[in-house]
Each structure stands twice: as C-alpha cells, then as structure tokens.
Ligand binder design. Structure first.
Ligand SMILES: Nc1ncnc2c1ncn2[C@@H]1O[C@H](COP(=O)(O)OP(=O)(O)OP(=O)(O)O)[C@@H](O)[C@H]1O
Length: 330
C-alpha cells in the first residue's frame, strides 16, 4: 500500500529528478541513461537485483559521487552547479552503517549533532527526541556494538535525521533484518513520509516496494525496465489464472471437454483458465463444471503480483512463489 496521501503526483513539486543519468566504471556501464522523477512527500522505490545499479544511483543523487552525464536535480538544486546546496537538503543511510560501535548510541547521535553544527543544547534536545522516537532511549548509554541489527539500523537512520533532511535516501534499509525489525523499519519510514519527508529507497524486496512505495522503478542492468505504481506495474503482466486439478483421468477428460478454453496439462491432470480471480468468474467456472456433473479436487487462484512483473521484466526465469503469490487451495 502506498505510503503518502497524495492522489495527483503532477501537482506536487519535484524533490528529485534525473534525465539521462549515466555512469560507467571503466568499461562497466552501471547506469545507462535513466530518467526518473520523485514528487515531494512521496516514497520512491528503486527495485532491482544485485548489481542492477541501485547503489550507484543513490550515491550520485546524494552527491557522494558524480555522474558521467545527465540533468540531475535534488531539492530544487542542479547537481552540476550546486551540489553543496543539494547536500543541505538530504540525508543518506547506506548499506554500510555510519554507526561507531565503540561509543554509545547517544554519543553517536551527539557526534552527528556536532557534525551538523547544532548548538550543544539543541543537539541534546534532538538526540533525546530521536532516541525516544526510535525506541532506543533504554539502550542509549550502551555501546552501539551491543545493539541488535535492527537497533543499529534504527540508530543509523536516527543519525541521518539529526540534520532534519527533507529528502532521505535509504539504500536497502531492511536487508538482513528479521521480519519483525523489517516491519518496524517500515513503520518508521511511513512516519517520516507522514511528516512530509521524501523517501528514495532501494530494495531487492518486492514486498517492501509494494508496501511502501507510491512509485516503483524496476532497474535492470543499468536501465529502467518499467516505472509506475505497484498496481500499474501489475497490470503490465498477464498471468491471472485459475488452476483446476483432478484426481481421476475420466473426470479430467470430461472437464477438459466442458472447458474448451482451458489450457490442459494431461500429465498433471490440470486445467488452467485465464481469470481475474473475481468471485463472479470463479462462480462461472464452477457452474460450467456443475453442468457436466464434475467437481475439481483442487482449485487454486493466482493473481499477478510484483514477483510476476519483476521476473517478466528482468527476464530471470520463474519467480519463487512461497511468499507473495496469492494461492487459494480448496
Ligand atoms: N567502484 C566501482 N568500481 C567498478 N565497478 C563498480 C563500482 N561500483 C559498482 N560497480 C559495478 O556497477 C554495477 C552496479 O553496481 P551497484 O552497486 O550500483 O548495484 P546495486 O544494484 O546497488 O547492487 P547491490 O544490490 O549488490 O548493492 C555492478 O556491475 C558493479 O559491479
């Protein structure tokens, strides 16, 4: 479910935009001329497999490295001439944590407040507020190396927020976290957007993009394979179907004769019919079976999800079905 409340993207000011963004490392082209626009106050997910170019895009847009080509604007500033000003509007949390394990969580925060040149009293106030918000007050006086993975990630993000950035880059914010910590992090991200921040995140998790992002760009091999809302992307791939399985070959043959539009699999004794999975369509299929007096031994409904989109667009073979497909057995 998208995180922000805005309905019409075109009315919103642009927080981040890239036209023709290109970057090569020697002969290796990491980004091959990508275009993207992120409206202010929204969550944008750059989704892609390992090596697709996600981190390179984050590094460039957050001014850590420069692009070879492209018109790039962040927080209203042109990166070619005003990267310092752009830097003042952003915060970055990368795959490699900025947390110093030898000092406490609180000391890490105060150090960051000093780096952001906050007056001492203000630094203490912001530190206390963020530690509280990220549920780290109790652990504040313990060395950060004693924190769990989820706590370290929250501290890292809290440190990023010390300077109150309007635009937040999160490079794979939940990679390596357990499901509970991942859900906590999602809540934190939703909270930031509710307060008006713009979030640009990269992820390898389809579910994460589906849960958080207003818009998703699928990056593959340095190019944007598709871009849109989760719903728009799901509409790009056909694949909704109903699968009927029969235990007895005679029942299977009779059903195949009755449902001539179904794709048969004689070995598995299954029939597959295109369907949007709606109750009306399911009823009509079952009614047609009823008219010939046959009942399927198993009925499964499959609706396309981001897995289908991702695998169709990035050409990586069959998706893993264990977590995200909606299969209903009977
Ligand atoms: N400093 C570098 N020098 C040479 N090649 C690099 C460098 N950084 C990245 N690359 C290459 O550029 C391509 C894109 O890398 P990038 O790290 O941006 O991808 P990614 O989508 O973030 O992957 P991951 O999820 O593994 O972090 C890869 O082929 C990578 O090997």
């Amino acid at each position: 479910m998208p995180t922000s409340k805005w309905r019409d993207d075109t009315l919103r000011p642009t927080a981040i935009s890239a036209i023709g963004l290109r970057k090569a490392y020697g002969a290796e082209v990491a980004l091959d001329g990508i275009d993207l626009r992120v409206p202010a106050g929204s969550v944008f997910a750059l989704l892609g497999p390992n090596g697709a170019g996600k981190t390179t895009a984050v590094k460039i847009l957050s001014t850590l490295i420069t692009a070879d080509a492209g018109d790039l604007r962040v927080g209203g500033h042109d990166l070619a001439v005003a990267s310092q000003a752009a830097r003042g509007t952003i915060g970055v949390t990368g795959q490699f944590s900025a947390v110093d394990g030898l000092i406490t969580g609180e000391e890490n925060m105060l150090l960051m407040a000093d780096l952001c040149r906050l007056p001492r009293r203000e630094g203490r106030r912001v530190t206390a507020e963020l530690l509280e918000r990220f549920d780290l007050t109790e652990a504040a006086k313990k060395p950060a190396q004693s924190y769990s993975g989820g706590m370290k990630r929250r501290l890292d993000l809290a440190m990023t927020l010390v300077g109150a950035p309007q635009i937040i880059f999160l490079d794979e914010p939940t990679t390596g976290l357990d499901p509970r910590s991942r859900h906590n992090m999602w809540q934190v991200i939703r909270g930031l957007v509710a307060e008006g921040a713009t979030v640009f995140l990269t992820t390898q998790y389809l579910e994460e993009a589906d849960e958080l992002a207003d818009r998703i760009a699928v990056l593959d091999d340095g190019r944007i394979a598709a871009e849109g809302t989760a719903e728009e992307l799901k509409r790009l791939v056909p694949g909704g179907h109903v699968r009927l399985r029969f235990a007895a070959p005679t029942a299977y043959r009779s059903a195949a004769a009755a449902l001539r539009d179904a794709a048969p699999d004689d070995e598995a004794l299954t029939l597959r019919l295109p369907s949007d999975g709606s109750q009306r369509e399911l009823r009509s299929i079952l009614d047609r079976l009823d008219t010939v007096g046959i009942e399927a031994d198993e009925l499964t409904v499959h609706t396309p999800d981001l897995d289908d989109v991702f695998f169709a667009l990035t050409d990586r073979g069959e998706p893993h079905r264990s977590h995200t497909s909606k299969e209903t057995g009977r």
